[in-house]
Design a protein around this ligand. Sequence first.
Ligand SMILES: [Zn+2]
Length: 445
Amino acid sequence: MTMTTCDLYIRADVVVTQNDTREVIEDGAVAISGNEIVGVGPHERLRGAFAPVETRHLARRLLMPGLINSHTHAGMTYFRGAADDLPLMQWLTDHIWPIERAVTTEIIHFGALLGCAEMLRSGTTTFCDMYLVEDETARAVDDSGIRATLGEGIFVFPSPAYQNVQEAYEVVADFHRRHKDHERIATIVSPHGVYTTTKEILTDSYALAERLDLPWQIHLAESESETAQCLEQWGKRPVAYLESLGLLSERSLLHHCVDLTDEEIALFADRKVNVVHNPESNMKLASGTARTQALTEAGVSLLLGTDGAASNNNLNMFTEMTSAALVQKALRMDPTAMSAQTVLDMATRNAGGALGWNRIGQLVPGFAADIIALDLDSPNMLPLYTPSSHLVYAATGLEVVMTMVAGRIVYEEGRFMGFDYPALVEEAARVAAWLVEQKKSAAKG
Ligand SMILES: [Zn+2]
């Protein structure tokens, strides 16, 4: 039998592949060459097929695809805990936007790097972002070793990255031009929401996404108050508004979608849009609960995100999976709603294509080597019957002992390989002092 050389061969007690049959392998192994997976299977079968440069036997670990956080604002992580327990519009207008008007690129970079650190630590290997000055987030992604789909937020008003919307489109096109060959950075066109843009911004940004063949994302139908405002401003509910402009397609990544009618859910299935569920942010801002079970039953592509640290207040996809399963059971008074496997799919295999990556979210040959290892001997992981159950209902993210992105280990046992974490900890105190000062001067007017 001929042996194929590979760079790394990892063996572990349990391998959760998330492949088409949701295969779980006991005493399994993953072979990696360069940035991709070249073999997955039982160690007994795979050991004779590969001649690895390096072999690691992780024993009491579970290997699985890294989680995919399909909606966040990593650069906003400096806001964590700065303003809680407020309604969405008041929270945005009185607490978030005044600080953002004064924010510096250094603080956004700090937030983005801290967000990357938190995601890698808790097993996320890819995130989809929308924020201001995405160059700073790109720098954090580049350094930290995580994978990301990044979108400069487009608003009708100026941002730190541009003076007007024409400049915003140039910023997006230029970002794409500079990153299109980057191994771990993709671009997404990102009008912020129906209440912060115009008809022209929505259609022009969508045309830009078509021209560059990029995905297009927007916050949509997040709350009943957004619907009321949209009816008043544009004469239609948010979904009908986008439909009237021809903006619902496979290219569309729609965040929140809490306030939907049955007809809108059916339309989503027809148009093959991608819906990102953000249960913790929706609960915390009391926006309501998206009808994910109904969306799943209708065949709508469903993804999962944390939203930003200002409204969650963490970027942990393991606890987000728990919330996604539990909140839907509570909403429907039905314990069979949103099974563990359905939720695990939302956080892994459902997400790749919608974010512009075709081969992430599964441990399958030809897919990116984005892999995490969890400690199966954590007290909360014992005993083990069904891995998908533990991953959704029992795991906290702190069981993650190793995070690999594109074949490189970027976090392991408390150490980040791409940046100086102790320096980031020191910077956090300086940033917090700055934000408190900003709040004081904003309060004085
Ligand atoms: Zn958001």
